[in-house]
Design a protein around this ligand. Structure first.
Ligand SMILES: Nc1ncnc2c1ncn2[C@@H]1O[C@H](COP(=O)(O)OP(=O)(O)OP(=O)(O)O)[C@@H](O)[C@H]1O
Length: 215
């Protein structure tokens, strides 16, 4: 499977935020978005995830076996600034919801809820209401959401902001394992994050975008 972003541009309100973004990623590839505050990193991630309509262009996945073309968002997990969990439900109830709601994409195997909790080093507190947890624990369980349903593409917006060093290391390992299994990762991040050999896309905002592959 490969992910192709072709000539993407996006608008927020009246303003064009970026233009002319194109790249291709294959199994195991990673792309890091860089650029100053407000240059459009989060906007591009939301476009790739199918949460914002692009002004021009498209982001699609092409399956090697049958050349089927699908919107990239259908095959993506999106971990944005918000955790996407209900405070009133327990951790287990939240994760079961996401597991059933998303399901697995073809050919992928996801973890059971307790396995995913163990993978983020928080196996024994899944019975607690999500709202009782610390900010760091809440973020770890948002990461566990990536594991309870299989998606070949992970779209990550500053995923480790507010986490301690141990959690950074834990998440780096999850990203590495995802890539080793053929997954694709696209992230706006200032952390290493298991993104060795990643390509770099510098967002230059309204002036256009300079694509620089450093792999
Ligand atoms: N909902 C919105 N409505 C209008 N403009 C928006 C909206 N969201 C973002 N913008 C504008 O779009 C531009 C790009 O924002 P975006 O969040 O994509 O940048 P970013 O590179 O991720 O920034 P940061 O590094 O600060 O997270 C900014 O000028 C911002 O003000």
């Amino acid at each position: 499977m490969r992910l192709e972003a072709e000539n993407l541009s996006a608008r927020r309100g009246d303003d064009l935020i970026f233009v002319n973004v194109s790249f291709t990623l294959g199994p195991g590839d990673a792309l890091v978005l860089t650029g100053r505050n407000g240059s459009g990193k989060s906007t591009l991630l939301r476009v790739l995830a199918g949460l914002l309509r692009p002004e021009t262009g498209r982001a699609v996945c092409i399956c090697h076996s049958d050349d089927e073309v699908r919107p990239a968002g259908e095959l993506s997990h999106y971990l944005g600034h918000r955790n996407g969990m209900k405070r009133e439900l327990t951790v287990a109830e939240n994760l079961v919801f996401w597991k059933l709601f998303l399901g697995d994409t073809a050919g992928g195997r996801s973890l059971e809820v307790e396995e995913a909790a163990a993978a983020v080093d928080l196996a024994d507190i899944t019975h607690l209401p999500y709202g009782y947890l610390s900010a760091g624990q809440q973020r770890r369980f948002a990461m566990a959401r990536l594991l309870v349903a299989h998606r070949p593409i992970w779209i990550l917006d500053e995923p480790t902001a507010a986490l301690d060093r141990r959690a950074d290391t834990m998440f780096e390992e999850l990203v590495r394992q995802h890539r080793q299994a053929g997954g694709i990762v696209i992230a706006a991040t200032h952390q290493p994050l298991g993104m060795e050999g990643a390509k770099n896309l510098e967002m230059l905002g309204f002036d256009g975008v300079d694509e620089e592959y450093s792999a």
